[in-house]
Design a protein around this ligand. Structure first.
Ligand code: FES
Length: 110
């Protein structure tokens, strides 16, 4: 095992997790509600501000327990922010609220 904590503490100030679960069942899932497009919009927004993966990581993740047929679940850590029903058009406002218009405010410390 390698402890990569110091390296990643240096590199990342926040991490956006986007649920892309697509389950074949009667229950709603983010994957069936446009999660891949929402994930791509998150990445594009951060890339446009040179913030993608440093200082803001992005990962697709499995179920966050916020399943909805109306959109995607997202959590931003360590901000401890949780969202459901996110549509691609919601992403700019959501990320601007979390990180500032140019992703200049990435730390959860004010
Ligand atoms: S399927 Fe995405 S939060 Fe449950």
């Amino acid at each position: 095992m390698k402890d990569r904590t110091p390296e990643y503490r240096e590199r990342l100030d926040a991490h956006v997790f986007v649920c892309t679960t697509d389950r074949d069942s009667e229950y709603a899932s983010c994957g069936a509600a446009g999660a891949e497009e929402t994930l791509a919009t998150v990445k594009d927004w951060l890339r446009d501000r040179d913030a993608y993966w440093s200082p803001v990581g992005v990962s697709s993740t499995s179920c966050l327990g916020l399943c909805s047929e109306h959109g995607t679940a997202i959590t931003i850590q360590p901000h401890n922010e949780w969202y459901s029903d996110v549509q691609p058009e919601d992403v700019p406002g959501l990320l601007e609220s979390a990180f500032g218009p140019n992703a200049e405010r990435v730390s959860d410390e004010e």
